[in-house]
Design a binder for this molecule. Sequence first.
Ligand code: NAP
Ligand code: G3H
Length: 488
Amino acid sequence: MVNFKEIQKNYIYKNLFDGHWVESNSGDNIEIKSPIDENTLGYVQAMTKEEANKSIENACEAQRYWKQVPINKRADILHRAASILEENAEEIAEILTMEIAKDKKSSLAEITRTADYIRFSADAGKQLEGETIPGDSFPGTEKNKISVVTREPLGVVLAISPFNYPINLSASKIAPALIAGNSVILKPPTQGSISALYLAEVFNKAGLPRGVLNTITGKGKDIGDYVVTHPKIDFINFTGSTEVGQHISKITTMKPLLLELGGKDAAIVLEDADLDESAKNIVNGAYSYSGQRCTAVKRILVMEKVADELSTKIKNLVEKLSVGDPRENSVIGPLINDKAADFVMNLIEDAEGKGAKLLAGGKREGRLIYPTLFDHVNLDMKIAWEEPFGPVLPIIRIKSIDEAIKIANESKYGLQSSIFTKNIEAAFYIADKLEVGTVQINNKTERGPDHFPFSVVKSSGMGTQGIKYSIEAMSRLKAIVLNLKKEI
Ligand code: NAP
Ligand code: G3H
């Protein structure tokens, strides 16, 4: 087991810099309280701009060495990190549960999935190959020209992760970036920093050379603009809200970006669907971790003829969801903060006020919102369009497949959609027309398996994640052209 004590001192968590855990001189410590019981879990430090600059400069220096390390050695370090993470899964899962109120089982699953992700990234990196391109396939070019194309790292990757998967969505940036030969600056979510710092220590303990992974803690609103616009950041890999993603895209110039942002994933249910299976998938997809997943099912578009039957089945399942303490594995727990709960309640009140039929929930205790289900939601209600990031699901009744496609595509988001039907022709007809990155047929919307491409369109972001695709995004092609003598 790893002794994680080095990263904290009297519960003030330090930052990883040049292979060591160092204290900030800012004197500004941010208290991290558990959303479960308000107990203080520790303090993370708001780093100064000067310290952030030093950290980025250091990562830039380290990258020059790291890119020369053979890829099989880089892969060995990632494999070691995966093993260390697994060995310490229980301890880190407990911290994760306390810090972001994720139920125990899902916290543990996030960690084991992350270990698999890191290993898969190591192996995928080794499999990436370059190519040679003969010049004479282009008109007018002689046979003496050959382009040798290889993959090069980009430099320093800035990884910014959200609160809902502080381990997984940090590692899914770090591992592909590292295997490609980049160094990484990790700016974790403030609520989620402690968990992410433990992840950084896992990589550190695995033998990552000094400076190849540095962390910068501090509130995004204070330090964010400085780090994203820093001239030595070569790539930004961001997951979070559309609002912050768009802001980053506005203030940066000629910095390549990968943006994974919000969503309003629709589950489209046709008349011939297996309604029991559809209801099970929808409830699981919509309410796990209290709906705080980018890929949560966030609206149902159901054909009128089967809407009564489906809504009854969903209601029955929603009523059985466990509500309470995430330490006891409740599916529905307190939301991440009061502001998030206020936002969700506002959507609930708007829907009720405009005549939606409340089938379940609608109640709040502190920042815990009971799993809420609305039927007869119309398009004038905010819940039809906004991402709640909480446990509330609207049912919108539709008259035709084309109406479902129209409403689905009217969303500003374009993350995923599900289609439930036994008619594969209809499924492909709809899938072809949906403006989203991924369409799931007869399954809930979800990200994994993590080697599948995870694409986004419209306000859901830019670019494609997924292990191989992430490595490709965080590297570039370099061509070395051989111009051979025509005769010797
Ligand atoms: P958020 O408020 O946008 O924060 C995301 C990250 O950005 C945090 O680390 C935050 O730091 C940082 N940040 C804030 N302002 C910044 C700035 N000006 N410059 C640089 N960084 C800044 O999002 P969240 O509440 O953590 O996460 C929920 C959102 O993420 C939802 O909308 C969800 O749909 C989306 N999400 C999308 C995906 C996907 O794959 N598409 C996956 C997960 C989540 P602080 O914590 O210090 O503010
Ligand atoms: O919150 C966004 C995550 O990337 C979703 O992953 O579908 O496995 O929960 P998930």
